[in-house]
Write a protein of this length. Structure first.
Length: 729
């Protein structure tokens, strides 16, 4: 590995300003939640050090004597940010903890982090849902660069990244997300890997280091593995070779027995070759990646393929009859995906007077997938494009330190075939951004950010003659941190952010069988779906968030709340439904999101710590007071972490409540209780060789995910045991 892994103690996901347990204990996660904010603050205040005049020796020693871990650097933040000096709220997975949590998809890997759920679609695809927002309001990045896949178009399209090849995943919220676009009001997921070495191997043997992992599970008979090796090829040149593979069958839903869910199988292959030129002031490198996937589409049906929109109702004619299909060797329709990607990354220190660091990213993607049934390609999705990005970190200026830069992307998206519900669209985006930080005093720090961008949607090749779309968006944010007393922080963030609708939201018109919908865009389907053809306005969100954190001592916590008011919010409104097939029209209306997360941990002794955690979010239209679709249900749970000699163990139980706040044409989703446990054994004192067992859904609950398009038709996996081994060399 080219970046050093965290100490073995830092195994729990980190959140807030610091991970703050003793070095011999897993550091606690922290979370927010408005309904429990008062409880968290009250408990924290009860455990806070008293003023010096009143506190006894024991009270003062509890927090001040407890050591903190080293400052945490978040690479998605500017200035190589030490997280203690930013108001941003974040989660961090890395090292052994990331390996143990890694799942087939990004969404299921991150699910369970505070405020993070998964928009699942079988075994091959899931996207992260953060504070009730999914793609395109959650940006998924590869070390700061855009992924040119189709995951923002539909939940059945995979996010083209393999968590097994990541060494760190950052989930970021707050003012600094403006670096990556004003539309990321839900957050930014930044996936860091080693495909382009940023430093020479240091810990390996004979100039070579790396990591190898193997994993398998019972619920889908999964077999997965990954290998990454970085080697010196001279004094300045480092080479990287890495790859991963996964094979999983249809998953089971009731423990270790049938039934299985048809169409939930998944296979993937990824290979990368990278190289970097590295010296004492920086590096420049390139990587070429090829990925192939084949995974099923549960719930996909051609029963309604002849349906049309007749105003605000469905007209299905004779298409509502069952059809028999030969699936060409597969028991269900499936996606055949091929993705080639080139990345260039570089960083150089002190390039010019007044500039301390310049960081460049350039990427080009060529993505294609076909949806196949009866041995025939039904629809082809293509996404090709490139992105260039430069960030410059300036020297302190009148007390301000910051980053400014520019970003340009040009991408073409097209659908061909029976379900071509979108025209060929060329999307060009140019953006300028800046984030600045100022130390007001020893206790007060401020951060501000701004971004302006222009987006053009060109449909010149569209036979339906849908008009081009061209508009500007501007965003600004501010954050303030108050160090209330040692180990206590209060952070306030305010932002006004604009997002321009994407090509699907503007131009969709036609049947999309993977999600069992007939889709109508803001422009593309206005007449078809009984709407008046009019203008398209930018989404404008006004966000406020507050966090209260305690980062040191036996008791640690992070609790907070947020409120987002969004004008001209774009959402898929259901107009009509026939069985499970829906007519949806992308609609703009004013909406509001209220919610938060909390996590409170207590270290009982050198062996044991416990954590209480939870999150909730409410999303409603402010005009009609209707609930928005696919909003995650409330979650509340408790976890215990223990360490004894070479063993690490954890167990958690949490309750997902019934989702009784649902949109029109949705229905109540039953809640469930999830019991998970894990046990890890480290084979050497340095903890470079580890084996682990993890059990999930150990109660064998039948789980229905309200955030999924398949919430009423496809349940989540049942009882599962995962076994794995990790070797770092």
């Amino acid at each position: 590995m080219t970046r050093n892994l965290p100490p073995a103690s830092a195994r729990r996901p980190k959140r807030g300003a610091h991970a703050s347990q003793r070095p011999d204990l897993p550091p606690a996660r922290t979370v927010f939640r408005p309904a429990l904010l008062a409880l968290a603050v009250a408990v924290a205040t009860a455990g806070a050090p008293l003023p010096a005049a009143a506190a006894g020796d024991g009270a003062a020693a509890s927090d001040d004597a407890a050591p903190e871990l080293d400052a945490i650097t978040i690479y998605a933040l500017p200035l190589g940010s030490d997280s203690a000096y930013t108001p941003a709220s974040f989660d961090l997975l890395e090292g052994q903890e990331l390996f143990e949590r890694s799942d087939a998809t990004l969404g299921t890997t991150l699910e369970g982090l505070p405020g993070v759920h998964a928009d699942t679609f079988g075994g091959g695809s899931s996207r992260p849902v953060i504070r009730g927002q999914a793609a395109p309001r959650v940006s998924v990045l590869s070390d700061g660069a855009t992924l040119f896949d189709a995951s923002a178009v539909s939940p059945d399209h995979a996010v083209t990244t393999d968590p097994l090849l990541a060494h760190r995943i950052e989930v970021l919220r707050g003012p600094s997300t403006l670096l990556y676009g004003g539309g990321a009001i839900g957050g930014v997921v930044n996936i860091l890997d080693d495909k382009i070495p940023a430093s020479m191997p240091e810990d390996g043997v004979d100039g070579v280091d790396g990591v190898a992992v193997l994993r398998g599970n019972t619920v889908a008979d999964e077999r997965a593995g990954a290998l990454g090796v970085t080697a010196r090829a001279g004094e300045r040149l480092a080479l990287r070779l890495e790859g991963s593979l996964r094979d999983a069958e249809d998953y089971e839903v009731n423990g270790f027995t049938v039934p299985t869910i048809e169409g939930t199988f998944a296979e993937s292959r990824t290979g990368t070759l990278g190289a970097s030129w590295i010296d004492e002031r920086g590096y420049i490198g390139i990587a070429i990646t090829d990925r192939t996937d084949e995974y099923g589409l549960p719930g996909h049906s051609h029963v309604f393929e002849g349906c049309m929109a007749d105003g605000t109702t469905l007209d299905c004619g004779e298409s509502g009859h069952d059809h028999d299909h030969d699936h060409g060797g597969h028991a269900a329709p499936y996606v055949d995906l091929d993705d080639q990607r080139i990345d260039v990354r570089g960083e150089y220190r002190d390039p010019l007077p007044g500039i301390e660091r310049v960081r460049v990213r350039w990427s080009r993607g060529d993505y294609q997938h076909t949806e196949n049934e009866a041995g025939v390609v039904g629809t082809t999705f293509r996404h090709k494009g490139y992105e260039a990005r430069v960030e410059l970190e300036h020297a302190p200026l009148a007390g301000w330190r910051g980053v400014f830069g520019a970003q340009y992307s040009d991408a073409q998206f097209n659908t061909l075939g029976l379900e071509a519900f979108m025209p060929r669209t060329d999307t060009r985006i140019v953006g300028l951004f800046a984030v600045e930080r100022y130390r007001i005093s020893e206790r007060w720090r401020a951060e501000i950010g701004a971004r302006i961008e222009r987006q053009e949607l060109d449909t010149s090749d569209d036979p339906r003659d849908r008009p081009a779309f061209d508009d500007f968006a501007s965003s600004a944010s501010a954050g303030l941190i108050w160090q209330v007393r040692p180990a206590y922080q209060l952070a306030l963030t305010l932002s006004r952010a604009q997002r321009l609708p994407n090509a699907q939201e503007v131009y969709a018109r036609g049947v999309h069988l993977a999600t069992n919908t007939y889709e109508c865009g803001l422009i593309g389907g206005a007449f078809t779906c009984g709407g008046a053809k009019g203008g398209v306005d930018p989404e404008t969100s006004h966000n406020v968030g507050i966090n209260f954190r305690k980062t040191r001592g036996d008791l640690t916590f992070d609790a907070g709340a947020f409120y987002n008011r969004i004008d001209d919010y774009v959402y898929a409104r259901t107009l009509d439904q026939l069985e499970e097939f829906r007519l949806i029209r992308y609609t703009q209306d004013d909406a509001a999101f209220l919610g938060g997360e909390f996590e409170l941990s207590y270290r009982w002794n050198a062996l044991l710590s416990t954590t209480l955690f939870g999150d909730l979010v409410r999303g409603r239209l402010t005009g009609s007071d209707e609930d928005l679709p696919r909003i995650p249900a409330d979650r509340l749970g408790v976890r215990a972490d223990a360490r004894w000699r070479a063993f690490d163990a954890s167990a958690e139980v949490y309750r997902i409540r019934d989702q009784r706040n649902f949109a029109a044409f949705e229905s109540e989703t039953p809640g469930h209780t999830m019991l998970n446990a894990s046990l890890t054994y480290h084979l050497d004192p340095a903890r470079r060789y580890s084996v682990f067992l993890r059990g999930s859904n150990l109660l064998g609950e039948e789980v229905w995910n309200h955030t999924s398009f398949l919430a009423r038709t496809v349940p989540e996996p049942g009882r599962n045991v995962v076994a794995g081994v990790r070797v770092q060399f």
